[in-house]
Write a protein that binds this ligand. Structure first.
Ligand code: DGJ
Length: 702
């Protein structure tokens, strides 16, 4: 809801309020937190003059009107605010900006964003500000039940060099503990938490993609755990280089600024041209991190992930990668397809290696036509066999890349993202300059030809290196826009095509990709123990339905660890489920187990894809992992507990379920019925035998 009265703008959703007001025509922040009625509580906060904080002429000599100390809706450079700016722009002879309110509109039409992905729907308040140069700045606030989404747009009246245009700045009144998600390839989204002190903390990427290294998500909390305490979440809807900074000033207030990474970004605007920042989600919870995550999960499933697929059943996949890597031909693939027939698998996905002269990772990228030397008769016999085995067919692409040894490179060396220097290689490949429309057109035409020639229901879109060799500070962002343009074009041309995102596993796991890709390959690490941590960290911001998880063969290819087959499935159920191995290596017992697992996933997938997640045990903090997912109507709940190492003669561990409603529940595996309050307060004792052992409990309304 958006309520505006006497220059006070009160925005609210189901559990939050966000209030700002005009002070001398500057939008100043009043309140963001758990819901309060629309009002102006800023009368409870006094202002005072601070030495060395310059007072602005708008105050008519009132020395407390300083941009350095007012909580501002959008921090600027050069007029007395020395905190982290949201905007830095330069016009002829002037490196300062000073924007003032000129008007606002409210609309239920979601504003477009110049090729950037956006959430759908919501009600949007646009506050328009103007600078004396004539440049205008629109601040957008889109209100959803679960969260607020902000972004900004700068339109030039005079030539303007923009070095920073953030999605938001937010001035909060206190200091907080900051939590970010960091990692590396095969170890994504670990959780880092620390108290903010004076100075700033930044999570960022300069890699041209959101990256394995740091995710575009940050939380600020006070005395919070999974169930208690105030937590703010900030999550950018962007897949390129970003930064999110939380900075504490000398009066113990915290400013959060989020947007494009400024080390890799500059745009020059000519009169009438404009620049838009990505959308940034702001969510708040007063019941800890669990509440924050559930709000974000619902927001993304309701308003971001393609509507058609957000909650739709996902195909159970068998992916060829760990089963054969590059080493396959038609016969081997036919053997794999035959090998999984009747196991309850829905989709055979042919991974890397089917195209051009791609026999290893040093060639072929950019040549999206079938390698008929390897695949005798092309894809048709494989697709026919897949259909005959009762499955649909999916195919791997890496659209943004090019190998030096490729026809595309031989024809178009000019398509490579480069400067006059020799390009830097990574995984023996170079990057296509997706900021050029003709490059995107070429890749689109090649993909379109394959996708229209064959019955392909699913693609896995990979990206296996990060960006280097940018000719200017405009190109990295242009590259990201090219990626979005290709994804948009493909989904418009093939509306039934299901796309899974991937970047060497979870290197581009962000809300920007989720606008096109209902699910993302969470990590190249398929080890169940490592996955408990990766999936736990990922779930801080992203719903289970977005996480693609596969059961693979042990010893695990990434860690060398052997975990029980049931444990691998129990952990992979928490998302979009699948397999990844050569079926000829399966024992009969494993084949039987797969039949049971695919049936179980099918039975419960609606719960996993649309339910509420409660994180009961944190694998980063102890020897166990435990997730509980409860249906929206609370009638069904499943809990999976996994212990890492078995301890001899160990004390019982206890699971305290959450979020059950006031009813009796039957716990199927224990065959007991008890009131929910008893189950939640008494807890369920567990004592498992064996390393990596897992146990799943199913609770239903009695
Ligand atoms: C990285 C992906 O994450 C893997 O699953 C696989 O598709 C390889 N790339 C193929 O090169």
């Amino acid at each position: 809801m958006i309520q505006i009265e006497n220059g006070v703008f009160a925005l609210s959703g189901e559990n939050y309020s966000y209030i700002f007001k005009l002070l001398c025509n500057k939008p100043v922040h009043v309140y963001y937190g758990p819901y309060i009625p629309a009002c102006d509580p800023s009368v409870l906060a006094t202002r005072c003059m601070r030495s060395f904080s310059p007072y602005h002429p708008i105050g008519g000599g009132d020395q407390s009107i300083s941009l350095d100390t007012l909580p501002l809706e959008y921090g600027e450079r050069g007029r007395g605010d020395y905190r982290t700016p949201a905007l830095t722009a330069e016009t002829d002879g002037d490196a300062t900006t000073d924007f003032f309110y000129t008007g606002h509109t409210v609309s239920s039409v979601h504003p477009t964003a110049d090729g950037l992905p956006t959430l759908r729907g919501g009600e949007t308040l646009t506050v328009t500000l103007q600078d004396q140069t004539g440049n205008t700045l629109d601040l957008y606030y889109t209100v959803y039940p679960q969260a607020l989404v902000r972004r900004a747009r700068l339109t030039a009246a005079v030539p303007t060099r923009v070095t920073k245009l953030s999605s938001l700045s937010l001035d909060l009144p206190e200091t907080y503990t900051v939590t970010g998600l960091f990692g590396r390839h095969v170890d994504e989204r670990n959780i880092d938490s620390m108290p903010l002190t004076n100075g700033s903390y930044t999570v960022s990427s300069t890699r041209g993609t959101s990256s394995h290294q740091q995710n575009p998500f940050l939380a600020l909390s006070q005395n919070a755990d999974e169930t208690h305490g105030l937590v703010y979440g900030v999550n950018l809807v962007y897949s390129g280089s970003f930064d999110i900074t939380a900075a504490v000033d000398s009066f113990a207030s915290t400013r959060v600024v989020a947007g494009y990474n400024t080390d890799t970004f500059t745009e020059v605007l000519q009169p009438a041209q404009s620049l838009t920042s990505p959308e940034c989600v702001l969510a708040v919870s007063d019941c800890g991190f669990g509440g924050l995550s559930r709000s974000l999960h619902d927001l993304y499933r309701d308003y971001l992930i393609p509507e058609k697929y957000a909650r739709a059943p996902r195909p159970i996949v068998i992916n060829s990668w760990e089963g054969c890597y590059f080493d396959f031909d038609t016969d081997k693939l036919l053997g794999m397809i035959k090998g999984v027939k009747g196991l309850g698998i829905d989709m055979f996905v042919l991974d890397d290696g089917w195209f051009g002269n791609r026999n290893g990772d040093d060639s072929g990228l950019g040549d999206w036509y079938v390698n008929t030397e390897k695949l005798r008769g092309g894809l048709k016999p494989i697709i026919d066999a897949t259909h005959a085995a009762g499955m649909r067919f999916g195919l791997w692409f890496e659209p943004e890349m090019i190998s030096e040894d490729s026809d595309l490179y031989r024809r178009h060396p000019d398509y490579v993202l480069r400067t006059a220097r020799t390009p830097v290689l990574s995984r023996k490949q170079m990057v296509l300059d997706f900021s050029k429309p003709e490059v995107v057109d070429n890749v689109y035409a090649q993909m379109e030809a394959v996708l229209s020639a064959y019955e392909i229901d699913y693609i896995k879109w990979d990206l296996n290196r990060h960006i280097t060799d940018i000719p200017d500070l405009h190109t990295q962002h242009g590259f990201v826009l090219g990626t979005y343009a290709l994804a948009r074009r493909l989904t418009e041309r093939f509306p039934d095509l299901f796309m899974e995102g991937c970047s060497g596993g979870g290197g581009r796991f962000d809300a920007g990709m989720l606008a096109f890709f209902p699910q993302i390959w969470t990590s190249d690490n398929t080890d169940a123990v490592a996955r408990t941590r990766i999936q736990y960290g990922t779930s801080l911001a992203y719903p289970l339905s977005a996480m693609s998880n596969h059961v693979s063969i042990c010893p695990n290819h990434q860690t060398g660890r052997t975990t029980p087959f049931e444990t691998r499935a129990a952990i992979a159920y928490f998302g979009a489920f699948g397999y990844e191995f050569n079926p000829s290596l399966l024992t009969n017992a494993e084949r039987d187990a797969i039949r049971e697992q695919t049936a179980a996933y099918r039975k419960y997938q609606d719960l996993y894809l649309s339910g509420d997640l409660y994180r009961l045990k944190n694998p980063f903090a102890g020897n166990a992992f435990c997730f509980q997912v409860t249906s929206k109507d609370r009638a069904l709940s499943r809990i999976t507990y996994m212990q890492t190492l078995c301890v001899a003669n160990a004390p019982f561990d206890r699971i305290y379920p959450q979020g059950l409603d006031d009813a009796d529940y039957h716990i199927e595996e224990l065959d007991v019925t008890l009131p929910a309050q008893a189950i939640m307060r008494h807890g369920i004792a567990v004592n498992l035998s064996g390393d990596f052992a897992a146990k799943t409990l199913t609770l239903r309304h009695a």
